[in-house]
Design a protein around this ligand. Structure first.
Ligand code: MN
Length: 192
């Protein structure tokens, strides 16, 4: 009774049988509905990737709707697989990205205040953010150059990792000593 099991690993999602594809596979409704910005940092991302819209699979593009409460923040994060181009539909956002390490070892911030109708691009892999600097809610839409862009929120990844990154590693990396790192880790673990 020798049963051999062969596991197949796929980098990405399977394609549906083309003969069984329907218009629904290319359709997603209700992107006009605001996301809930009550919790956390006061922002909400509604994703339209290949997970929500199967027809995007293999096509190298996706979309997000981002809602911001007054003073809401989409905190520093990066998309490993996509450039992002964002436009503001309502409100005023302070946005920016930081370059990869330059020849002199430094990193340069490219930042701008955006108003309704303005467009800004966040190049692939670079850390970027958006902050609603207005007293009213803000709304943006962004296109991303991958059907599965991925996201790494920097603070969560560094201080909220499970199991936690060894305190001595973070203390040395950030040149913070005493209980600073430990307190940050406790805050992130408890809030996640
Ligand atoms: Mn982004």
């Amino acid at each position: 009774n020798n049963i051999h099991l062969f596991a197949v690993f796929v980098n990405g999602m399977f394609c549906k049988n083309p003969m069984q594809v329907t218009p629904e596979d290319f359709f997603l409704p209700r992107l006009n509905v605001p996301g809930n910005t009550d919790k956390g940092l006061g922002f909400n991302v509604t994703q339209v990737t290949a997970t929500q819209l199967p027809g995007l699979n293999t096509l190298g593009i996706s979309l997000v709707r981002i809602d911001y409460a007054p003073y809401g923040l989409n905190p520093p994060h990066t998309h490993p697989r996509a450039t992002e181009v964002l436009t503001v539909l309502e409100g005023t956002l302070y946005v920016g990205f930081v370059t990869s390490n330059q020849a002199n070892g430094g990193n340069k911030l490219f930042a701008k205040v955006l108003n309704k109708g303005d467009v800004f691009v966040f190049p692939q892999g670079l850390i970027h953010f958006q902050f609603n600097v207005g007293k009213t809610p803000a709304l943006a839409f962004a296109g991303l150059s991958s059907q599965n862009p991925g996201v790494v929120i920097i603070a969560n990844a560094v201080f909220g990792a499970e199991p936690p990154i060894y305190v001595d590693v973070l203390s040395k990396a950030f040149q913070w000593y005493g209980n600073v790192v430990k307190n940050l880790q406790v805050g992130f673990v408890m809030s996640s």
